[in-house]
Design a protein around this ligand. Structure first.
Ligand code: HEM
Length: 84
């Protein structure tokens, strides 16, 4: 079942102890186990962990990336519409 997160809850997941979550559009993704696999590097993901990374995401990737990895990493949806 898909969970609903508030932006505040996502913000609590910003380090490896609590897991690293990022928001892209209305989706919440857990990238904790993806850090070492990320072709763009772990550092950049750690920097946006707990935040809305929609702008950065679409700057570097196309929608094929979410089609490929989205279902694997997605942990839920954002409760309110994110203000960009
Ligand atoms: C769900 C989260 C993410 C996934 C699944 C993901 C996946 C990927 C993949 C598959 C690539 C390889 C290039 C490609 O196939 O287009 C890539 C490259 C990259 N990603 Fe991500 N990424 C994520 C989030 C982010 C975020 C939030 C940032 C920035 C803050 C970022 C920055 C980059 C950069 C800089 C590259 C390298 C681009 C290049 O070398 O041209 N990624 N990522």
């Amino acid at each position: 079942m898909s969970k609903t997160f508030t932006a505040k809850e996502v913000g609590e997941h910003k380090d490896e102890q609590n897991g690293l979550y990022i928001i892209v559009d209305s989706g919440v993704y857990d990238v904790t186990n993806f850090l070492d696999e990320h072709p763009g590097g772990a550092k950049i993901l750690k920097r946006v962990a707990g935040k809305n990374a929609t702008k950065q995401f679409w700057k570097y990737h196309g929608k094929n990336v979410l089609e490929k990895y989205g279902s694997k990493l997605k942990v839920g949806e954002l409760a309110e519409t994110a203000k960009l």
